[in-house]
Design a protein around this ligand. Structure first.
Ligand SMILES: [Mg+2]
Length: 242
């Protein structure tokens, strides 16, 4: 079924998710846990017996608090390393975290790239509507930095990231904060079109707050992700958002 066109008259602002919406960071396996070569590094350093053990420890350590707070990458890595069978003490963990952070940065900077067609889409819309970004990320100010790196930053009035703000999507506080930054009130939410790739983190919470939503469905783009819900307007390609 072809995507239904978006009526530009129907909204005054566009809020975008960042990762796998504006900037892709999924790997060849379609995963976005973004660990790169950290599992191998953990094995090389004798901290985990196999890469899979490190991934499992990471996934369990990253189960995030129910109060919506963001947990930063150094703390996440510290928790994973605390689960190492090598039984590291806190000092040993603090000594090795920087090595993991440096390796993560090197891998991640190689991995990220602008989403196909995003530049043309933003060129079209930024002449017509004010736009902003609401991103979950585990290092403060980095989403803005990456947008700048790809020349996308100038299209946005502001960028909110969860590491800097303290709460992560789907917590309503980060959405309400962005609404306020846009000079709007919560009652104005219907004037905002929210676009993201995740049903659970983007589409559902934005819709609950009364925003209009557009699901950028990446399930055909090699990204291992839930497709859009049947009752949500969705596109598969930025060329279809004009
Ligand atoms: Mg995303």
């Amino acid at each position: 079924m072809p995507p239904s066109p978006v009526a530009a008259a129907a909204f005054d602002w566009i809020f975008f998710d960042c990762f796998n919406t504006l900037i892709d960071d999924f790997d060849d396996a379609g995963e976005e846990h973004g660990l790169g070569s950290l599992p191998e590094l953990a094995v090389t350093l004798g901290l985990f017996p196999a890469p899979e053990a490190f991934v499992a420890a990471y996934l369990s350590a990253r189960s995030l608090p129910a109060d919506g707070r963001e947990i930063l990458l150094p703390e996440r890595l510290g928790r994973v390393l605390a689960a190492s069978p090598a039984a590291l003490d806190p000092r040993a963990i603090a000594a090795v975290v920087p090595e993991f952070l440096a390796r993560w940065e090197e891998d991640y900077h190689r991995l990220i790239r602008p989403t196909p067609g995003v530049q043309e889409m933003l060129m079209h819309w930024s002449a017509r509507k004010p736009a902003a970004v609401i991103s979950n990320f585990f290092l403060p100010k980095q989403p803005e930095e990456y947008l700048r790196r790809f020349g996308l930053h100038g299209h946005f009035r502001f960028v909110v990231d969860s590491a800097d703000f303290g709460y992560r999507k789907p917590d309503p506080r980060i959405f309400l904060h962005a609404i306020e930054r846009a000079g709007l009130a919560p009652a104005d939410a219907a004037r905002i079109l929210f676009i993201g790739d995740r049903n659970d983190l983007d589409i559902q919470p934005a819709r609950t707050l009364g925003m209009q939503v557009l699901h950028f469905d990446r399930s055909r783009a090699g990204r291992r992700v839930q497709p859009a819900a049947a009752d949500v307007r969705a596109i598969f390609d930025w060329a279809d958002f004009r």
